[in-house]
Design a protein around this ligand. Structure first.
Ligand code: NAD
Length: 512
């Protein structure tokens, strides 16, 4: 039986009409245009909200700046305690929030729940981090001097997020930014406003109970114009933007023009190399999940398979037979592997990419196409497909945000690596091999040029413990684990002289 979405909305505090902005417990209806949230699963409106206006936006920024003045002085482990409690709240509402993610965005229920689990995991990570915002100490070249560095809060962190991870990306940024002493303004995708409003309701409740200042967590419902206001705004020292490369270029130019900082998490065009030494079961499972999970709408989705000529035919047969078993349908149905695309615009992009691929000479071994009628009446459901291509096709070098998989052959590993790297994007990559030499070459400086390079794991998905992000047109940003927190703070180098002399550095003499 499918879950009852209306009772879930009620539990998450979402009504038929919702706020356009919130600084925590204080929310505003906003004066902009009405924004309807439509589920791609059945094409029906779930609820409405409004876009904010420029003056609503100013109210929020002022509140976030005011809150920063106090929040930065709260000891980091105390800030971590508030984040810990937010993680607990997410545990309590994991089912409801995960279901709403699935319904509003269209990914399978398991993936919706998995996304909320990522939020819980990053909260746990951030809590530990709140006691580990370490700086280094250095040895001064001058006698009786001490030198060290410390990390201070930066200010407001602006978070612009994409539709495909409607809640996790916010938490990757905000959990870290909060323990670092920053306040956050989140502009979610205009395609998924309700999941954002649900998150804001959950965090507001926890922050209020902990006397966290109003404005530490802010939400603005807006489209690209609001994203532009944020990118241009010198009151926001850091913009973390996740989305298309087109968007990233615009944000980077605007933030760069005011010498602000940005973290850019943009498009991917991820490849898996399957060598003759691969475990084919792992290779097939990893490739199929990577290509069709979230209906090919992950930044880390597998888009290209580069397979050695000696195993090509066997691999191809297994791949086609795996695709024949895929079930496409309502994302809340636990039996379904592939849900809908986000909207009919995405379906058009998918259909055009298929046509362009055919025009360049691509041969479809699993045919694509839009599914219509009955359970597919929303017009957002498509068939995952596979095309045999040449690596040099223009379409193969682009990110089409849909379940289209390009299959190609190689002779030498050097050639496979060259094919893999010969695209503008550089997010995720993988090699399937049990051969140590192949694996190590792939991970070496002459191997994969991506931010993420895996062995015997697909390209899709990541654990929060590692730094997440990619090179080239993927934007170069890093979020989540490892030392990604440093991007949310300002580093200060301090030198203290506890002698009765004033020796200058580099032995310079200055006598008065
Ligand atoms: P999108 O670029 O259309 O929108 C993303 C966000 O940017 C939205 O909130 C949108 O309102 C805003 N925006 C759009 N134009 C803007 C502008 N000029 N200035 C400021 N803000 C602007 O992307 P999408 O369709 O929502 O998401 C899909 C894309 O996101 C894919 O390319 C995918 O690879 C990428 N993505 C990347 C990562 C990553 O970590 N690398 C993660 C998720 C998604």
């Amino acid at each position: 039986m499918l879950p009852d979405i209306h009772s879930i909305l009620e539990k998450l505090g979402i009504g038929p009409e919702n706020d356009a902005w919130s600084t925590g417990t204080i929310s505003g209806k906003g004066n902009g245009a009405i924004l309807e949230s439509t589920s791609p699963a059945d094409g029906k409106v779930i609820a409405t909200t409004m876009l904010i206006t420029e003056s609503d936006y100013d109210t929020v920024v002022e509140k976030a700046a005011e809150a920063f003045a106090g929040w930065r002085k709260v000891p980091a482990p105390k800030r971590g305690e508030a984040v810990r409690q937010f993680g607990e709240e997410l545990r309590k509402f994991k089912d409801e929030l995960g279901t709403l993610v699935s319904w509003e965005m269209g990914k399978s229920l398991q993936e919706g729940l998995g996304e909320v689990q990522e939020m819980i995991d990053i909260c746990d990570f951030a809590v530990g981090l709140s006691r580990q915002l370490y700086g280094l100490s250095m040895h001064s070249e001058r006698p009786a001097h001490r030198m060290y560095e410390q990390w201070h809060p930066l200010g407001i962190t602006g978070i612009i997020s994409a539709f495909n991870f409607p809640v996790a990306v916010w938490s990757w940024n905000s959990a870290l930014a909060w323990v670092c002493g920053n306040t956050c303004i989140w502009k979610p995708s205009e395609k998924t406003p309700l999941t954002a409003i649900a998150c804001q309701r959950l965090v507001a409740r926890v922050f209020k109970a902990n006397n966290v200042p109003e404005g530490v967590s802010c939400l603005v419902i807006g489209d690209r114009h609001t994203g532009k206001l944020m990118s241009d705004d010198p009151r926001i020292p850091l913009i973390s933007a996740t989305g298309s490369t087109r968007m990233g270029k615009a944000v980077s130019a605007a933030v760069g023009a005011r010498l602000g900082r940005s973290i850019l998490e943009l498009g991917g065009n991820n490849a898996v190399i399957v060598t003759p030494n691969a475990d084919l079961h792992i290779a097939i499972t990893g490739s199929v999940f990577g290509a069709v999970g979230t209906a090919g709408q992950r930044c880390t989705s597998t888009r290209r398979l580069i397979v050695h000529e000696n195993i090509y035919e066997t691999f191809k047969q297994k791949l086609v037979s795996a695709y024949q078993q895929l079930r496409i349908g309502n994302p809340l149905d636990p039996e379904v592997h592939v849900g809908p695309l986000i909207d009919t615009g995405a379906v058009q992009n998918y259909l055009q990419a298929i046509e362009r691929c055919k025009a360049e000479g691509g041969r479809f071994i699993v045919e694509g196409g839009q599914l219509t009628g009955g359970a597919y009446a929303s017009g957002c459901y498509v068939k995952p497909c596979i095309a045999e291509v040449n690596a040099g096709f223009h379409i193969v070098k682009e990110e089409t945000f849909a379940p289209i998989l390009y299959l190609m052959k190689y002779k030498t590993l050097e050639e496979a690596i060259a094919i893999q790297n010969d695209v503008p994007q550089g997010l995720s990559s993988a090699i399937m091999t049990l051969n140590l030499r192949e694996a190590e070459l792939y991970l070496s400086c002459v191997g994969s040029d991506c931010g993420i390079a895996n062995v015997n794991i697909g390209t899709s998905g990541a654990e929060i413990g590692g730094a997440f992000g990619g090179e080239k047109e993927t934007g170069g940003g890093r979020e989540s684990g490892s030392d990604a927190w440093k991007a949310y703070m300002r580093r200060q180098t301090n030198t203290i002289n506890y002698s009765s002399e004033l020796p200058l550095a580099q032995g310079i003499k200055f006598e008065l």
